[in-house]
Design a binder for this molecule. Structure first.
Ligand SMILES: Cc1cc2nc3c(=O)[nH]c(=O)nc-3n(C[C@H](O)[C@H](O)[C@H](O)COP(=O)(O)O)c2cc1C
Length: 172
């Protein structure tokens, strides 16, 4: 039976949702560092501290991400579009081109990111053509740098200090 859902249209519709941009990193069993650009990030829980990200089964590093124990999620700052592009498409060693440090488990953290989360795998749920990786945050850093945005296949940033009206809403 043919699906009534057109995948291209669905991708476009999903793309209406404005997101930030992250780089998800880990290490292979042989020690090689791998990473990909992801906007499927979401915070999940404060107690316990959980986040999620969804690697697709088309990634060259999919098996590594679906099976590794330690990960990091780096929320890119607004001036890090080049890094997003490297981790979305460059086929060589992405880490040679991007300054980074290693966390205590040897997982790369991207320099200059707005926030960095070192994580241990909590659960991996294969779901359709992606896998939902739910990770427990073991340590993190954050800055007041504005994040890079993404919508409809394009990066955007609000601009330093933002032209946007800011309504402060405390979330309980
Ligand atoms: C802004 C942006 C967000 C992306 N988000 C995801 C994502 O959440 N999950 C995913 O699997 N791929 C995502 N991708 C695509 C991957 O970054 C890309 O396919 C991957 O880096 C290719 O790596 P590979 O050559 O090692 O397979 C995104 C790409 C961009 C530009």
């Amino acid at each position: 039976m043919t699906s009534p859902i057109d995948p291209k249209e669905l991708r476009t519709a999903f793309g209406s949702f404005m997101t930030g941009v992250t780089i998800v990193t880990t290490r292979c069993a042989d020690g090689a560092m791998v990473g990909f650009t992801a906007n499927s990030f979401s915070s999940v829980s404060i107690d316990p501290p959980l986040l999620l990200v969804c690697p697709g089964n088309f990634l060259s590093s999919y098996d590594t991400f679906a099976n590794c124990t330690y990960f990091a999620v780096n929320i890119l700052a607004e001036d890090q579009k080049d890094i997003a592009n490297i981790f979305a498409s460059y086929k060589g060693d992405r880490f040679v081109k991007v300054p980074h440090q290693l966390d205590p488990r040897g997982v790369p953290l991207i320099d200059g990111a707005a926030a960095q989360f070192s994580c241990t795998r909590h659960q991996a749920l294969p779901m359709g053509d992606h896998c939902i990786l739910i990770d427990e945050v073991t340590s993190f850093t954050h800055t007041d740098r504005a994040g890079l945005g993404y919508r409809a296949g394009k990066y955007f940033h609000i601009g330093l200090e933002g032209n946007a009206q800011q309504d402060v809403i405390e979330r309980t």
